[in-house]
Design a protein. Structure first.
Length: 361
């Protein structure tokens, strides 16, 4: 990536709570700050390290909730305050990305920007870096917005999908449509068609291209963040951002821009990717015992198959007779749930919050 490095910036989105991964992921310590895979580093540390060969470390920005500022600092003590962008409240991904891109544009109007969530797993890192390099090369030369598409391995109903126009002469192909999380019937049709891929939520663009897209498709958001040009990298930035987020609507980058723009391209990758958004997604990528169990904790298992079990290391857990279950304990909560019903975890969190209080969520 010679010649691109100094103009390349990485924006890591790290403001979410990850409620579908409860009780492990909590409001005061969400999953991106945990060592979910048991590899000795948190998910956000793995994400940042993944980009260490892509750009200088001073070009890595982390956008997070203000409540997590100290958590980010504890994971990255060398990060400057200017590299930690603190959102006062969550407003979805479009304002998060607008904040980072308008700030970076003030520093480097030639910037090429990679936007990535903090909590995704990429098992084939070299293949991922190859895709990123291809994306940077095309995005730096053309007025296009590039997203990464993951070749599906199953008809997953938990992911969004991208339909693209096949063109074997190009490394990036024009996006035809975006599809939200489909029914199983539609997911099967998508897989059979051969022209749909999973939407990884990882974006690459030149800063001028994305600012143009904001002005075209989200003019109200663009006006708010463009007004802060004189405030970025100054002591007035936090006050400006507080006021901006108060007046900014909640909107995703997919809905606000990517689904509307006519210059969106996709680069396909077989990356060993997972967004680890749910217990089943972690189960699908983790090492399994001969009985099909994924185990993290001190356990004794009898007649137990195809379960994911994550419990404290200082507690012996004995389980008999479970099949296809989630057993998860963290701090003051133990959850036992059938794997097929994992989408109910968000409902559990909502009910617990209402009936038991915030100390459990």
């Amino acid at each position: 990536m010679k010649g691109l490095s100094e103009n390349t910036f990485v924006v890591v989105m790290a403001g979410g709570v990850g409620s579908r991964f409860w009780p492990f992921s909590r409001n005061n310590y969400p999953k991106q700050f945990h060592d979910v895979l048991g590899i000795g580093e948190s998910m956000i540390q793995t994400t940042v390290k993944r980009f260490s060969s892509v750009c200088p470390k001073e070009n890595i920005y982390i956008v997070t909730n203000r409540e997590y500022r100290d958590l980010v600092k504890s994971h990255f003590p060398d990060l400057s305050d200017a590299q930690i962008l603190q959102e006062p409240i969550g407003r979805n991904t479009a304002p998060c990305i607008a904040y980072a891109c308008y700030k970076i544009a003030q520093k480097n109007p030639l910037a090429n920007i990679i936007v990535a969530p903090a909590d995704h797993v990429i098992l084939r890192e070299q293949a991922f870096l190859d895709c990123i390099q291809q994306a940077l090369e095309v995005a730096s030369k053309e007025d296009i917005l590039v997203t990464l598409g993951i070749k599906p391995t199953r008809p997953d109903t938990g992911y969004g999908y991208i339909q693209y126009i096949k063109d074997t002469s190009q490394c990036s192909m024009k996006v035809k449509t975006f599809a939200e999380k489909p029914t199983l019937e539609n997911a099967l049709k998508f897989i059979e068609s051969g022209d749909f891929v999973w939407n990884a939520g990882i974006f690459i663009w030149n800063v001028q291209s994305i600012l143009k897209a904001f002005r075209t498709h989200l003019a109200d958001v663009a006006d708010l963040f463009e007004a802060g040009t004189a405030n970025y990298y100054t002591p007035e930035e936090d006050t400006f951002i507080d006021n901006t987020y108060t007046n900014c609507r909640n909107v995703s980058i997919d809905y606000g821009i990517m689904e509307k723009a006519d210059n969106v391209h996709v680069i396909l990758g077989d990356l060993g990717w997972s967004d680890v958004g749910t217990w089943n997604s972690l189960y699908s990528i983790a090492d399994k015992t001969p009985e099909g169990n994924v185990v993290d904790g001190d356990t004794m298992l009898y007649d137990t198959q195809n379960c994911i079990i994550k419990t404290p290391q200082d507690k012996l857990v004995v389980i008999q007779g479970l099949q296809d279950y989630i057993v998860a304990e963290h701090n003051n909560v133990l959850m036992i749930c059938q794997r097929k019903n994992e989408q109910q975890v968000k409902d559990f969190v909502s009910h617990v919050k209402e009936s038991k209080g915030m100390e459990y969520v």
